[in-house]
Design a protein around this ligand. Structure first.
Ligand SMILES: [Zn+2]
Length: 456
């Protein structure tokens, strides 16, 4: 193991204690037994992604180990108070599965009486998940050490580009994330699933809209560790969040949505899915105009939504799905025909793309996602969440309405109103290609989350 790998490993182990403590706390133990006991048997066997260590006592009472981790070399230590080791037990058991190198047993102390079990971890055992539980037999205690498969996140880097504060978090780009913002004080946070923070941190920034960055471990979601990064802001500002390869980028500041986007890296996440994209309007039906006044000029809603749909189609196809569009050019299509495209191919999902407008210009702005059938409500929520995180637009929420296209579509279908054509701020975004690409990628993330197996 290289020095840096060792250091990285050591730190990650410290973070493992979080998972460790949580797991240990979640157990219910029978009342502690007052008598000294003798550990008579050890049984080590492989389990999926880990090792199970079963210990048995002569008196059939439960064991309640105190556990902690140590670095250099990385190891987990379990101390059994008031316990002695039977002389027949081996001093060492070698590895039988990944992440554990060997297991050592010894009498740590005679007074007080403490037996110690040490689990030496192998080099690739990043942030193992440890469970201690009662075994099937009376007096049996089982320790399971598993690879978490979690990403280990180091400290983020920061930069300010054209007034936009940018936080880059290596290794977090492809993690499942949920992003939200809060007021008092204004802050943006991202929860990252299957991630372990190398070292909890708090970093003050002297300049830019971000006052402070904090990172820490959240309670795990089942066996999945969750890491949180919080950006505390000097003032409320729009934010955008996107993946740049394996990095996660959080950008906060005026016009953060206009930042150029990195190339998209597809990973077959929609393999075998059939998806219909429906750019609204077309032909004589221009949708909403892009400029105010008596003689509206383009680009119109029909042009902007077609561009976003074509971008999304490219991404969806790159992720391995079969994609069909209700129109690929500037032509009119009936509402019934649009839904029929999805019904005929038994699409796994339909996304109808629109831009909003209202009677009085500059009164309303922001993003909303509509569903009609109840079975599309969760889908709408996922798409809306991704859009708000990626675009930093005002959150107008998930809404129920019986628009013809989503009403007539039998499978899951949503109608997205990306932003307002007749609001100055929203319109500036809609006519910017980087914003439209962001919108397409956000809708793609919503589709991936909705159609991935673990979302069901
Ligand atoms: Zn429309």
């Amino acid at each position: 193991m290289s020095r840096s790998a060792a250091a990285r490993h050591g730190l990650s182990l410290r973070r493992a204690i979080c998972i460790f403590a949580w797991v240990t706390l979640s157990l219910i133990w029978p009342a502690a037994c007052w008598a000294a006991r003798v550990i008579t048997r050890i049984d080590v066997r492989p389990v999926p992604r880990g090792t199970s260590i079963a210990l048995s006592t002569a008196d059939k009472g439960a064991l309640e180990p105190k556990s902690f981790s140590l670095d250099d070399p990385p190891r987990l230590v379990f101390d059994f108070a008031d316990a002695a080791l039977d002389s027949s037990l081996p001093a060492e058991v070698s590895a039988v599965a990944p992440c554990v190198e060997r297991i050592r047993l010894g009498q740590f102390s005679a007074d007080p009486l403490i037996a110690r079990l040490v689990v030496d971890l192998s080099g690739d055992a990043l942030a193992p998940i440890v469970k201690v539980e009662a075994g099937k037999e009376p007096g049996e205690t089982v320790i399971v050490v598993r690879e978490s498969g979690a990403a280990v996140l180091g400290a983020p880097s920061t930069a300010i580009v054209e007034g936009v504060s940018i936080v880059r978090l290596p290794g977090a780009g492809q993690l499942r994330r949920s992003v939200a913002n809060l007021a008092d004080p204004p802050r943006v946070y991202a929860d990252l699933t299957d991630a372990v923070i190398e070292e909890a941190c708090r970093q003050e920034l002297p300049r830019g809209v971000i006052r402070e960055i904090r990172m820490g471990q959240q309670p795990a979601d089942a066996d999945h560790p969750v890491a949180r990064i919080v950006l505390e802001l000097r003032e409320q500002q729009a934010h955008v969040v996107f993946a740049d390869g394996s990095d996660l980028v959080l950008a906060v500041g005026p016009n953060a949505w206009a930042l150029p986007l990195p190339d998209y890296q597809a990973n077959n996440r929609l393999k075998g899915k059939r998806i219909v994209l429906d750019p609204g309007h077309g032909g004589d039906d221009i949708g909403a105009p892009a400029v105010f006044g008596r003689s509206p000029k383009g680009p119109f809603e029909k042009d902007i939504v077609l561009d976003m749909a074509l971008r999304l189609a490219k991404l969806v196809a790159a992720e391995g799905a079969t994609v069909k569009m209700t129109r690929e050019r500037d032509v009119g299509v009936g509402l019934r025909d649009r839904a029929e495209v999805a019904n005929r191919m038994k699409a796994h999902a339909l996304v109808s793309i629109h831009c909003d407008s209202c009677d009085a210009p500059n009164t309303l702005n922001g993003t909303s996602v509509y569903y009609d059938h109840q079975h599309s409500r969760g889908f709408a929520g996922l798409v809306q969440g991704e859009l708000i995180a990626a675009l930093g637009t005002a959150d107008r929420g998930v809404r129920n309405a019986n628009f013809a296209v989503i009403r007539r579509t039998r499978g899951p279908g949503v109608l997205v109103e990306v932003a307002y054509m007749n609001h100055e701020g929203d319109r500036a975004r809609l006519v910017h290609p980087n914003f439209r690409e962001r919108a397409a990628r956000a809708m793609l993330q919503g589709l991936i989350r909705f159609l991935s197996d673990d979302a069901k």
